[in-house]
Design a protein around this ligand. Structure first.
Ligand SMILES: NC(=O)c1ccc[n+]([C@@H]2O[C@H](COP(=O)([O-])OP(=O)(O)OC[C@H]3O[C@@H](n4cnc5c(N)ncnc54)[C@H](OP(=O)(O)O)[C@@H]3O)[C@@H](O)[C@H]2O)c1
Length: 276
């Protein structure tokens, strides 16, 4: 099976390429997904059976400051991938986000709950989902949350960095989701895309947590348990984007196929224990 991966230099793209060394990785500047002709040329040249579409503008606050750019990359970029895939008979496995939900349900979201994005990043990922669902017959939409890979822009690295710089932290206590680690996510994706069971899936490490409790666990496991952490509310934390407050994802569909990611606590422990 020929697999193509967009966003090959990103956290998830790198993890996918590690476990799928034969896959073709697309990355900027060679292939910018907002350049539909470049995407078409790459798909025509490599004729993939499956395109794992992980490229995205993932800076949530950046998306809030420049929604046009978010729609261009996450919306129209996904349209370009979907159209090229449709022309060449490829399946697309689109990586989406828990931020397509509004975070008001008061319980983890199932795969077929109604979506309602409340910020430009979520809306642009939802635009991507729309193109995937309407331009393709065979697709996977795989929603995930709070993704962490070594060296990437993520909460785990940020908390350790801020702790070392500032000596104390203030972290929101009313934003809750599922921490997800790229090696587990990449493994789940590679298992899902060989099933031919197309549809919508929620793939996160098991369990959910508030950012505050997550930060405390990161500090405890990285030898920084002495760093004081003050819980604050989302209302007190000024940022460009408004995250959905309670948006964990429930994995019903992939679990039905035997694909369940381990608890996030175990994955975090392994992540922090390995040297590089
Ligand atoms: N990170 C999270 O917490 C999170 C949560 C939920 C869902 N997701 C989704 O999971 C997927 C993978 O996320 P990640 O954490 O691996 O993100 P990441 O580390 O930010 O990687 C995204 C990659 O996309 C590339 N990209 C951005 N714009 C592009 C363009 N116009 N053309 C080509 N490539 C472009 C970036 O390239 P450059 O290196 O050139 O910038 C980057 O390498 C994304 O679809 C994201 O929306 C992520």
């Amino acid at each position: 099976m020929q697999i193509m991966i967009t966003g090959a230099n990103g956290q998830l793209g790198q993890a996918l390429l590690r476990i799928l060394p034969g896959a073709v990785g697309l990355a900027r500047p060679a292939v910018d997904i907002t350049d539909a002709d470049a995407v078409e040329r790459a798909v025509a040249a490599h004729r993939p059976d499956v395109i794992v579409h992980a490229a995205a503008l993932t800076d949530v606050d950046g998306a809030a400051r420049d929604p046009d750019l978010a729609y261009r990359i996450n919306g129209l970029g996904t349209q370009a991938v979907a159209l090229a895939a449709a022309r060449h008979g490829a399946v697309v496995a689109y990586v989406s986000s828990n931020e397509v939900f509004d975070g008001q349900a008061g319980r983890p979201y199932t795969e077929f709950d109604s979506v309602r994005a409340i910020n430009p990043y979520g809306a642009s990922k939802l635009a991507g989902e729309w193109f995937i669902q309407h331009l393709l017959q065979r697709f996977y939409i795989m929603r995930t949350s709070w993704v962490t890979g070594r060296g990437g822009r993520n909460f785990v690295h940020r908390i350790q960095q801020l702790a070392d710089e500032r000596g104390s932290l203030r972290v929101v206590n009313d934003e809750v989701a599922n921490p997800t680690f790229v090696d587990d996510l990449a493994d789940a994706i590679t298992r899902l895309i060989i099933t031919d069971r197309y549809g919508i899936y929620h793939l996160t490490n098991s369990g959910h947590v508030s950012r505050y409790d997550y930060a405390r666990r990161i500090l405890a496991l990285s030898g920084r348990a002495h760093i004081p952490v003050e819980p604050i509310t989302l209302a007190e934390f000024k940022r460009a984007s408004t995250p959905p407050p309670f948006a964990p994802l429930a994995n019903h569909m992939a679990a039905g196929l035997g694909i369940v990611l381990r608890p996030w606590e175990e994955a975090l422990q392994d992540f922090l224990a390995s040297p590089i």
